[in-house]
Design a protein around this ligand. Structure first.
Ligand SMILES: Cc1cc2nc3c(=O)[nH]c(=O)nc-3n(C[C@H](O)[C@H](O)[C@H](O)COP(=O)(O)O)c2cc1C
Length: 368
């Protein structure tokens, strides 16, 4: 990770050409990676408005829960005409269920495409045979699952996966090739194994092998991209056709605009200012309230993200303590108003904010 914009390499010219995933044309080659609990409708809408975002994908959604019409699952499927294109990410291990859920979504106009989760390392998901455990089955069942989903819907079907289960089973290149053969329209590859969780480095070499394994479909590189310099290195070292950014987008929603500026002009342009960050936080909260259908519920949802906002804005501990217990919009204005007026504290810089830490599950992966 580096802050050097002066010595950024020129953008690859091919990145100026429009990229398609199946028949869906992407506004840019920089996608928002799904982050369960964070990349819901309010966040996606607010990021997209800043510009530069290609594809957005919902948080992972349980295929069976879609078919059963579970209320909480339906909330995750909330969308808005302004956030197109949108893919819905589904997880599960049963081909018929996955295909049925995909059809259900497309029949209701809820998805421009379907993304299949094969990366999630969390026990709850892996125990069902879904998520990254699908990367262990090279007998054909995993490929068959993708084929069945592709056959079930007229929209593009993509797969998001890790390099494999562990260093002894780096199955992603094999699967990427097989998925393409049965009609997958793109692959997103997080350059870590399941065993790694979020630790260790991202293997650009591993991502490159996936890029080389496919013939025509785009491969989106993913993992630890926080800045234009990181993106430039990922593109250079992997040859990926596009990039998916997760935690970097939480820390700095303006990063897509910077990618896009860099691709078009060679200059990433400005980062989000202090005032823009406060504006973003306010809008995010208001949309959470609208999405959850009430101040109380929206504020409870906001508590989850309050800490990374306060860190990025370097707000005092007392502010953080109030925001993580927030209960209504008036209180938010009461707490934040003075900072919106006073501007950034001495020493605050856009770059530091961009590097704000985003928490990930900790401890042994098998216990998550
Ligand atoms: C809190 C959290 C939730 C995540 N949820 C999902 C998810 O629902 N679906 C998925 O495919 N990946 C999920 N991921 C993985 C990210 O999409 C991404 O692959 C990973 O964070 C690496 O990219 P990044 O360094 O840009 O964040 C999640 C990651 C985190 C930290």
């Amino acid at each position: 990770m580096t802050n050097a914009t002066a010595d950024l390499p020129p953008p690859p010219t091919r990145y100026r050409d429009p990229l398609h995933v199946g028949a869906v044309r992407l506004p840019s080659r920089f996608n928002l990676a799904p982050l369960a609990g964070y990349t819901n409708l309010p966040f996606r809408l607010t990021v997209r408005e800043l510009g530069g975002v290609g594809l957005c994908t919902t948080d992972l959604v349980n295929a069976r829960a879609i078919l059963e019409g579970i209320r909480k699952t339906m909330d995750l499927l909330a969308t808005d005409p302004a956030e197109r294109p949108l893919f819905v990410q589904i997880f599960g291990s049963k081909a018929a269920e996955m295909a049925g859920a995909a059809r259900w979504l497309v029949d209701r106009g809820l998805a421009d495409g379907i993304d299949i989760n094969m990366g999630c390392p969390v026990r709850k998901v892996v125990a069902t045979g879904g998520g990254s455990s699908l990367l262990c089955d090279t007998t054909g069942a995993t490929v068959d699952l993708v084929r069945k989903v592709v056959e079930a819907v007229p929209v593009p079907v993509t797969v998001k996966m890790r390099l494999g289960w562990d260093d002894d089973q780096l199955t992603a290149p094999h699967f990427a090739r097989e998925f393409e053969k049965v009609g997958a329209a793109a692959v997103t590859i997080h350059g870590r194994t399941r065993e790694q969780g979020f630790g260790g480095g991202v293997s650009h070499d591993g991502i490159r092998r996936v890029v080389e394994a496919v013939e025509k479909i785009p491969v989106f590189g993913n993992g630890d991209v926080r800045s234009v310099a990181d993106a430039a290195r990922m593109i250079d070292e992997t040859g990926c056709h596009g990039i998916a950014v997760g935690r970097g987008a939480l820390a700095d929603p303006w990063v897509f605009r910077q990618f896009d500026n860099w691709v078009r002009t060679g200059d990433p342009g400005p980062r989000g200012t202090y005032a823009e960050r406060i504006g973003f936080m306010r809008l995010h909260l208001r949309r959470l309230v609208a999405w959850r259908g009430g101040e109380k519920y929206g504020c409870v949802q906001f508590r989850k993200v309050a800490t990374w906002y306060t860190k990025a804005l370097r707000l005092p501990k007392a502010v953080q303590q109030r925001l993580v217990m927030l209960s209504d919009l008036a209180e938010f204005e009461d707490v934040i108003g003075p900072f919106a007026e006073s501007g950034p504290p001495p020493g605050w810089g856009e770059w530091d904010a961009q590097q704000a830490h985003v928490p990930v599950p900790a401890g042994p992966v098998a216990h998550w």
